[in-house]
Design a protein around this ligand. Structure first.
Ligand code: NDP
Length: 281
């Protein structure tokens, strides 16, 4: 499994998402087994949020942690509606309770609302880091303007990542956001790396993706994931409720695509000609 340095740690380039877990799409036991299979296969970073199933996903993560908590890096997110200095602390407390742990490794502001005061959020995050509830903080769905505002507020480092929508069909951030983040040493966390499996099922580039995958005896999902983490400073967080898919996804952490195959994928899934507003799901 390739690694990425984030929040001062060497983390796996592939982690596990949890949106829709705990909401009955798959049996709960199966979802727990899927997370455990992913942990065993090296995807020891798990991403969750108070928003997912109104806390239901966090409880699935809590049940999956079992006796391996110390080996797992937990990323959690606070809603912008809770993003005051006190609100961040209260939300963290509730998330810790649902996770059944005393520590969230990386706590993100889920997205920015106009009325969110970044200085308040940062103060709240700093409080949590001081009392040991949180190891590091970051943001999600921040576009270049939001990142610039954040940097103006913090005056420099502090933000451990920007978690954004990024996959073969969503390459806009390569034009403006990623260069800005790279300049300031902020690694990316890519969500919905298979476009919620849509890019594995239909669309203009599917033929190319399938062809490239065949060359590695890999699945299109594995190639989509290997592509997302190809730069070495992106962590992708695919979600699955299937243990078999979790094992399959983890193998993509060791798959390096050739220049020729990257060019084939470039031709099939282009970068937009000019910057576009940051997409969200
Ligand atoms: P993904 O792109 O990870 O797609 C999930 C879908 O892919 C599921 O239907 C899953 O089905 C399928 N899948 C997974 N592995 C395979 C495989 N090997 N073969 C075939 N199908 C597969 O979408 P998400 O939107 O869930 O994004 C990932 C995570 O990112 C989220 O779960 C969440 O943690 C985070 N996120 C963050 C957001 C934010 O605003 N910060 C927004 C959206 C997501 P199956 O269960 O059958 O495997």
């Amino acid at each position: 499994m390739r690694t990425v340095t984030m929040a001062g740690k060497e983390l796996p380039a592939l982690g596990q998402g949890t949106w829709y877990l705990g909401e009955g799409r798959a049996p709960r036991e199966e979802e727990i087994k899927a997370l455990r299979a992913g942990f065993d296969a090296g995807m020891t970073l798990v991403d969750t949020a108070e928003m997912y199933g109104d806390g239901a996903a966090e409880t699935v993560v809590g049940d999956a942690l079992g006796d391996v908590r110390d080996e797992i890096f937990i990323v959690d997110k606070v809603l912008p509606t809770h993003a005051s200095r006190e609100g961040v602390a209260a939300a963290c407390e509730r998330s810790l309770e649902r996770l059944g742990t005393e520590h969230i490794d990386l706590f993100l502001l889920h997205w920015r609302l106009d009325e969110v005061w970044l200085d308040e959020v940062i103060e709240g995050m700093d409080d949590l880091m001081r009392n040991g509830s949180v190891g590091a903080w970051g943001v999600s769905n921040f576009d270049p303007e939001d990142i610039s505002d954040l940097l103006a507020e913090t005056g420099g480092p502090g933000c451990a990542t920007d978690q954004v929508l990024y996959n073969l069909t969503r390459r806009g951030p390569e034009l403006d956001l990623f260069p800005l983040l790279q300049k300031h040493g902020i690694p990316v966390m890519a969500y919905s790396p298979t476009e919620q499996a849509r890019l594995l099922r239909h669309g203009a580039g599917l033929d190319a993706l399938t062809r490239v995958a065949a060359g590695y005896d890999a699945s299109p999902a594995q190639v989509a994931l290997a592509w997302t983490i190809r730069s070495g400073d992106v962590i992708a967080i695919p979600r699955t409720g299937s243990p078999a898919h979790a094992q399959e996804n983890a193998l993509a952490g060791d798959l390096t695509l050739s220049e020729e195959d990257l060019a084939t994928l470039d031709a099939a899934f282009g970068v937009p000609p000019s910057p576009v507003p940051l997409d969200v799901l």
